[in-house]
Design a protein. Sequence first.
Length: 162
Amino acid sequence: GVSYVPQELNTFPHLTIEENLNVGGWTIRHDKARLKNRFERIYDTFPALAGKRRDKAGSLSGGQGRMLSVAREMITEPRLMLVDEPTVGLAPNLADQVYELLQTVRKSTSTAILLVDQNVADALRHTEDVVMMNLGKVKAAGPVSEFGEARVHALVQECLLG
């Protein structure tokens, strides 16, 4: 019921997109109907992957590679998806695509997403609830509506200076 999307791409570059998705579905491989249904849903959710299903994962752009990483974890319909620093090292336009991708997952499934991200301003635009931590301790928690720019700035400053 839990999947993990690490900071680095967790795809196999020499395998095709479809082979990567099969790796993600390994635990349900004996239920052919369920696996087929999951593939159809993934391709419906991420049409960019459908058109490239026979391409090697290593040929994907950074944003498409992140899409495949997330899609592979979605195959088993996790109840919780842990996503670690999904935008690290990406250009701003690709970071926006990654957040849109996570929004698509959230809206098209019943999967809850726990996002860890140092890009606080962008992450806050795509969340409902916030827990800000520093050195393993909770500094603040609550609905995103309680985290205006001034409060976030003060909390970040407190963490960096204190």
